[in-house]
Write a protein that binds this ligand. Structure first.
Ligand code: ADE
Length: 395
């Protein structure tokens, strides 16, 4: 619980009382210092110059998983392509994913389009202004609801992303791991007390800015920090970077997979991935994981038979191997050229396979790993491997 600052001002000024939480004097000192620093040092980011909730929302969705410099690029191109909520709601999913291509975490783009459609259908495109109403929209978790409510509508709430949590855990010396519900509530209470009567927009932006530029995860720049005088981690710990308590991340699993670029009459075969889940809605070549005991060649032949329902016309020809990191695993991809028999019959049991030209492929939304295969696609389209004579070509 947050103290009311009744202790002697001399003893507690600019400090927090361990037993009762921060005093109102220390909260006031921190708030003023933070806002003064923000007014002097804030970056002129485009989403800080608009009050349009749609634009602020686009920026917040991007910034959830993307560094500011990359987010800036996507923010501009996304708004050029979808300047209004209703244009986003009416756009085909494929176009939205294409504009998002390379930004990763594609569920964000799918959910944005869904939320835009809900807003258009149920509220004629009008935004709810309260965080608890925003929370009911697709893709709106606690952070997104509070950030949009605070930044666009001035609701008196604190949006805690990783940066904000780190700043508060150091300022108030929260030693518990930040994953527990109890700590989450405590951080939120402390954040709200620190916000006080300040502008919710400036305060939230200031907290994020400080987390990104000064109170960094490693080697925080305490000598430049406006909160240095009141920061308990600085006063109590040999290194403030010891907070927040780190969870030990398991090593990323390593997956081996095989992929087939199947040529036929100047086209290659692709299909969209299922609409939800990893890379949902993006287009890819046939392929899949190499099973234990299987070679990459065997895997690609099996996958093509299972997924596409056709048999190879000759053994797979290895074009090369590439490495790619996803958020939760690392993959080594063996990429093969694999002409098939009776390409006309390529249908697939569950998937919508399409034969596309290089130009059509370029316009489809593709995962980053598939885009890395571009030189091999060009190679296969310009000189497809020739099936060997039937005698040496097992079916
Ligand atoms: N990270 C999340 N939201 C942000 C914002 N509005 N400005 C800068 N960084 C952010």
């Amino acid at each position: 619980m947050i103290g009311r600052g009744r202790e002697s001002p001399r003893k507690t000024r600019g400090r927090a009382d361990r037993a009762f939480g921060p005093t109102s004097a220390s909260l006031e000192a921190s708030r003023r210092s933070l806002l003064r620093w923000y007014r002097r040092h804030r970056r002129p980011l485009p989403w800080r110059k608009t009050s349009d909730p749609y634009r602020i929302w686009v920026s917040e969705v991007l910034l959830q998983q993307t560094p500011v410099t990359t987010a800036l690029r996507y923010y501009r191109s996304f708004l050029r392509r979808f300047p209004t909520l209703s244009l986003l709601a009416r756009a085909p999913l494929r176009d939205v994913l294409k504009t998002w291509e390379g930004a990763g975490y594609y569920a964000r783009a799918r959910l944005m389009r869904s939320a835009a459609r809900v807003l258009l259908r149920k509220a004629s495109g009008h935004w709810p202004r309260q965080s608890d109403q925003l929370r009911t929209l697709p893709g709106f978790g606690p952070y997104m609801s509070c950030s949009l409510a605070a930044l666009a509508f001035g609701e008196r709430v604190v949006a805690l992303d990783t940066n904000g949590r780190r700043v508060l855990s150091r300022l108030f010396l929260i030693r518990d791991p930040l994953t527990s519900r109890h700590t989450e509530v405590r951080l939120r209470d402390l954040g709200t007390a620190l916000l006080g009567r300040a502008s919710p927009r400036d305060f939230n932006e200031a907290l994020m800015e400080l987390g990104q530029r000064i109170c960094r995860p490693n080697q925080p720049r305490c000598s430049e920090c406006p909160l240095a005088r009141t920061c308990l981690a600085r006063q109590e710990l040999p290194d403030p970077a010891l907070l927040p308590a780190r969870r030990v991340r398991p090593r990323r699993p390593h997956v081996r997979a095989s992929v087939a670029i199947i040529p036929w009459r100047g086209r290659v075969l692709v299909a969209p991935r299922p609409p939800s889940g990893l890379l949902g809605g993006l287009y890819e070549f046939p392929g899949g994981k190499v099973q234990p005991g299987e070679s990459p060649e065997e895997a690609v032949v099996r996958e093509v038979r299972e997924e596409v329902g056709v048999a190879p016309a000759c053994p797979p020809h290895l074009l090369g191997r590439l490495e790619h990191d996803y958020s939760h695993f690392h993959v080594s991809l063996h990429v093969f050229a694999l002409p098939v028999r009776d390409a006309r019959r390529a249908s697939g049991v569950r998937r919508r396979w399409r034969w596309v030209t290089g130009e059509e492929l370029r316009r489809l939304p593709l995962p980053a790993a598939t885009r890395k295969m571009w030189p091999w696609v060009t190679e296969v389209l310009s000189a497809p491997p020739r099936p060997s004579p039937p005698a040496t070509c097992p079916g």
